[in-house]
Design a protein around this ligand. Structure first.
Ligand code: SF4
Ligand code: SF4
Length: 260
């Protein structure tokens, strides 16, 4: 998911599509390129990807972060992104690529689900998303676009069961857009506040303790039923974490959380 400034759209690579414009693409095991796109890639993990993967693998968030990710600060951003750490084989293969394909297929990251489409959101002047866009960007070796099958990005999202991911991916994109401005007042992305935010977004076990074992519930006003849902559902806890970050850094309240 990317947020685009309107005047930057035409400079981006790839075929631009609305959600209902058909494109030609079909990926299947009979293609010579099968699984080649799982090698030698920079795979960004969003907070919801991390949640689903660590749970599927039976790891804590801290274990997953330690074993499988590298935090990188991309140019122009004031908050680190997480990259999946690739294997050290000659091809830089994804660590989840096995002999029979993707070993985490039911919980594969959002980027993998939509590949070779990339999501974008066109926003109004206030930053509110007004239109979902997609960019078809297959690498040169990808043979999928030579197949005859056609469908729209919306149909492709349904087929890949990506809809569950999109609300949290969009929310993450909104945070990521805000992180293009320095929220740390020059203290840098390793300052104590930035570490708290990193914990909230990427380590939900720790954030759960922070919410329920500190004075958090006395300091912040939660919406009806939010605490109970966040206690039992990691998805709800992640929503709360993202809303808390917006409140903490930009004073944006939500139905889930506000200042007392
Ligand atoms: S390179 Fe393209 S067609 Fe080949 S496996 Fe990857 S997505 Fe499918
Ligand atoms: S997570 Fe699965 S689909 Fe994504 S790059 Fe790794 S092996 Fe490929």
């Amino acid at each position: 998911m990317r947020y685009l400034e309107p005047d930057a759209i035409d400079t981006l690579d790839g075929q631009r599509l609305t959600g209902h414009e058909a494109f030609r693409f079909h990926c299947h095991g009979g293609l010579a390129c099968f699984n080649r796109c799982c090698r030698n890639v920079h795979l960004l993990l969003y907070p919801f990807d991390l949640l689903r993967l660590k749970r599927y693998l039976g790891l804590t968030a801290a274990e997953f972060l330690e074993r499988h990710t590298d935090a990188v600060l991309r140019p122009g951003s004031f908050f680190p992104d997480l990259l999946l750490r690739m294997s050290r084989d000659d091809e830089g293969s994804c660590p989840f690529l096995g002999d029979s394909g993707c070993a985490v297929y039911p919980e594969r990251p959002d980027v993998c689900r939509l590949f070779p489409l990339q999501q974008a959101a066109l926003c109004d002047a206030g930053g509110a998303p007004v239109e979902a866009l997609y960019f078809l960007r297959p690498p040169p070796f990808c043979l999928g676009p030579r197949e005859t099958r056609q469908r729209t990005p919306e149909a492709y999202c349904r087929e890949q069961q990506a809809g569950t991911y999109h609300p949290l991916t969009r929310k993450w994109a909104e945070l990521w857009r805000r992180f293009q401005q320095d929220p740390w007042a020059g203290a840098g992305p390793s300052c104590p506040q930035a570490r708290m935010v990193f914990m909230a977004l990427y380590n939900l076990e720790e954030f759960h303790r922070f919410v329920f074992e500190s004075s958090f519930l006395k300091r912040f006003r939660l919406g009806p039923g939010v605490a109970a849902k966040a206690r039992s559902s990691e998805e709800e806890l992640l929503h709360l974490a993202m809303d808390w970050v917006q409140l903490l850094l930009w004073r944006v309240s939500s139905a889930r959380i506000g200042l007392r």
